[in-house]
Design a protein. Structure first.
Length: 244
């Protein structure tokens, strides 16, 4: 199988596994024995499938950031984390989503946005925007380790992790960044952002267009028509910008 026809299959498999997780499966339902001797597949963030030269360059830069981060213990969030959640998706994506920090599921698996909020984000990207999460976007957080009990990350923790976010975004060089919720918006803009008031507005981050929107977990908690429409409108603006 060539890498070009393996890519959509792997994307589909990934989405299927996310779907199973959201349905509550802890194992893959399977009636036949899996051949565990088959070639192992590394995580997306470490093994880009595109052979596009630019993507390879971005991917190399991103891998360098991940290597520099290493088994980071620069802040106290390292004390209780199981896995560092660096980010996942296409290193050459035009669109990057930046969230707040990993939750329990993400900490367990080392991948961003795979729990309930992740399912909602995938829905927004795939059903709402008509994009493919793994192929068309890259997703990461302002802190790479789970704050205990899902508390908000503290100022010092955000500041310590921020250089890696900056380098990540520089490596990817997307056309548009979407900040999900108040902590991500405030971190990227360097000021306290009243997100409900400022969502839907364009800003700039290091020369990249930055859209602020509601965090998917906020949307789940306050699942009103008004909030759904707000996120829908924000994503419409993002799509318009991506098409320019
Ligand atoms: S949150 Fe960031 S700075 Fe803190 S330990 Fe994790 S990776 Fe390091």
């Amino acid at each position: 199988m060539t890498s070009s026809n393996r890519e959509p299959l792997l994307t589909e498999l990934k989405n299927y596994l996310i779907h199973l997780k959201d349905l509550g499966y802890t194992e893959v339902p399977c009636e036949t024995k899996l051949n565990l001797q088959q070639e192992a597949v590394a995580p997306y963030s470490q093994t880009p499938l595109s052979v596009n030269k630019m993507a390879a360059k971005n991917s190399k830069a991103l891998t360098a950031v991940q290597q520099e981060l290493g088994d980071c213990t620069r802040c106290k969030l390292s004390n209780e984390r199981k896995n560092i959640v660096f980010g996942s998706g296409n290193p050459h994506a035009d669109l990057v989503f930046v969230g707040e920090g990993p939750g329990a599921d993400e900490d367990e698996q080392g991948l961003p946005f795979i729990g309930r909020a992740g399912k909602k984000l995938t829905e927004i990207i795939e059903k709402g925007m008509g994009l493919n999460r793994e192929k068309d976007t890259y997703i990461c957080n302002i802190v790479k380790c789970r704050p205990p009990g899902n508390r908000d990350p503290e100022k010092e923790e955000i500041a310590t992790c921020n250089p890696f976010l900056i380098q990540q975004l520089k490596a990817i060089k997307p056309k548009v960044i979407v900040a999900l919720g108040k902590p991500a918006s405030s971190t990227l803009l360097g000021r306290t952002v009243p997100i409900v008031k400022e969502r839907g507005t364009w800003h700039e981050y290091e020369g990249i267009k930055l859209m602020l929107t509601l965090h998917p977990s906020y949307l789940i908690r306050f699942y009103t028509l008004e909030n759904r429409k707000a996120v829908h409108d924000d994503m419409k603006k993002v799509l318009k910008e991506l098409k320019k």
